[in-house]
Design a protein. Structure first.
Length: 376
C-alpha cells in the first residue's frame, strides 16, 4: 500500500495535540472518537465502552459481527504525560522527524491501524474477520479495558500490536514479564546496646534476608533481573529499626519465573512470621511474559516470506518493556508486536517519530494482514 504520508502527518498533529494522559479521560475519549468516526464512515461496527471515571472510552471497531476473528489490531490512545503537556510541546516536524506528546507511544501506531484498514482490498475485507481495539489505559497496565480485550483475544487467531519498535524494522514476539511489590516488615524497636537481652526485633535484618533471597533470581543467563528500587527503614543509629519497607521490580523471560517469585514471597512471609515479625503486603502484582509458542515460531516462517517478498527486513527482537501483548498472549493468540512506525525516546520529552518509517512499517503490517487472507 502507498501511505499518504502528508495526510498521516496532518492527522497525527491533530491527535498528538490532544492531551490524553490518565488525568484526562475526556482527551482519551476524544482520541478514541476520532477513530470511531473514521471507522463508522467505513461502515464498520463501532463499540464505545465508557470507562469513566477511571479512564476514557475503550473503542472497539470490527468489520463484522463474528464468533471468531482472524486478526485483532491493537493500540493505545493514552500517554504517560500530565495535563497541559501538549501546550508545552505541541506537534512540530522537521525534514526527518516529528515531535510531540505520544508521537511515538503511540498515536502513530493507532493511526497506522486506521490507514491500513482503510486501504484493505475488498476481497481481503470480505475474507477476514477483523477487530481493532483502541485501548484507553495501557500505560497503567490496562486495568479497566483488559476484560474487553480478553473477550476478543479468546476468539481470535492473531494479534498485531502497533507499538513502535526500532528503526531497523524489527518486530517483537518476546517481551519480559514483570512481578513487582511493595512490602513492609514490622519488628520491634529497642536499644542497640541490648539486642540480646531485650525484646527488640530488627526489621532491617529481616529485610536484608528477603533481599538476598530475591536477588537469587538475578541471572543474566536466564534473562531475569532483580531491582530493589526503594528501601525505607530506620531513624537512628542506636535504635533497632521497627519498620522496613521496600519495593522491588523483577523482570523475566520465562513465564514460570513469575510463579516462582510468588512462591518465594510466600516462603519469606512464613520465614518472617516464624521469627516474630509481621508483614504487610502493600502491593504485589505482575504481568506475564510474552513468550513465543510453537505456533508463533511456525507463523514467523510465514512472516519471513512476506518480508522477503516486499523487501522488508525480517528481524526479531526481545524487549524488556511491557505491552498489551504480554497479557493478551495468555489467551492463546499469536502475538506480533512493534508493528508501528517508529523513532525513539518514548516516555520522555525527547520522543520523536522518524517520518521515513511511516511508509515501510505501515506497508509491512498491511501485507501481513493481506497474507492472512491468502489461505482462506
Ligand atoms: Zn505504548
Amino acid at each position: 500500500m502507498k501511505v499518504d504520508v502528508e495526510r498521516f502527518l496532518w492527522e497525527l498533529e491533530l491527535l498528538v495535540n490532544i492531551d490524553s494522559g490518565q488525568c484526562n479521560p475526556d482527551g482519551i475519549t476524544a482520541v478514541g472518537d476520532f477513530f470511531a468516526d473514521r471507522f463508522a464512515d467505513l461502515g464498520w461496527i463501532v463499540e464505545k465502552y465508557d470507562l469513566r471515571p477511571h479512564t476514557g472510552n475503550c473503542t472497539v471497531v470490527k468489520n463484522r459481527e463474528a464468533d471468531h476473528y482472524d486478526v485483532m489490531l491493537i493500540g493505545h490512545v493514552d500517554t504517560v504525560f500530565a495535563a497541559g503537556e501538549t501546550q508545552k510541546r505541541p506537534f512540530r516536524r522537521d525534514e526527518k522527524n516529528c515531535y510531540g506528546v505520544g508521537v511515538i507511544d503511540m498515536k502513530q501506531g493507532c493511526l497506522s491501524m486506521l490507514h491500513i484498514l482503510e486501504a484493505l482490498p475488498v476481497d481481503v475485507n470480505e475474507k477476514l474477520n477483523i477487530v481493532a481495539i483502541f485501548n484507553p489505559d495501557e500505560e497503567i497496565g490496562s486495568p479497566y479495558s483488559a476484560d474487553i480485550q480478553f473477550r476478543y483475544a479468546d476468539i481470535c487467531d492473531k494479534v498485531f500490536v502497533f507499538e513502535a519498535g526500532s528503526e531497523d524494522g524489527a518486530i517483537t514476539i518476546q517481551r519480559k514479564g514483570q512481578t513487582s511489590g511493595n512490602i513492609a516488615i514490622y519488628g520491634c524497636a529497642g536499644h542497640a546496646g541490648y539486642m540480646f537481652e531485650g525484646k527488640s526485633l530488627s526489621a532491617v535484618k529481616e529485610l536484608v534476608y528477603w533481599i538476598n533471597k530475591l536477588d537469587e533470581f538475578h541471572s543474566q543467563e536466564l534473562g531475569t533481573s532483580v531491582n530493589i528500587g526503594v528501601i525505607q527503614a530506620g531513624e537512628k543509629r542506636n535504635v533497632v529499626p521497627e519498620v522496613a519497607r521496600f519495593e522491588f521490580d523483577i523482570r523475566y523471560e520465562k513465564r514460570d519465573v513469575g510463579e516462582q517469585v510468588r512462591d518465594c514471597i510466600d516462603e519469606l512471609i512464613r520465614h518472617a512470621e516464624a521469627g516474630g515479625y509481621r508483614v504487610e503486603v502493600i502491593k504485589l502484582g505482575g504481568t506475564p511474559a510474552l513468550e513465543p509458542t510453537e505456533k508463533t515460531w511456525a507463523y514467523m516462517e510465514r512472516v519471513k516470506q512476506v518480508a522477503e517478498r516486499i523487501g522488508h527486513p525480517f528481524i526479531l527482537k526481545k524487549r524488556g518493556g511491557l505491552s498489551d501483548a504480554n497479557r493478551i498472549s495468555l489467551h492463546g493468540p499469536i502475538c506480533v508486536d512493534s508493528l508501528g512506525p517508529t523513532g525513539d525516546f518514548d516516555h520522555s520529552d525527547r520522543e520523536y517519530l522518524a517520518i521515513s518509517t511511516i511508509q515501510p512499517h505501515t506497508n509491512f503490517a498491511y501485507e501481513l494482514i493481506c497474507d492472512l487472507a491468502r489461505d482462506k
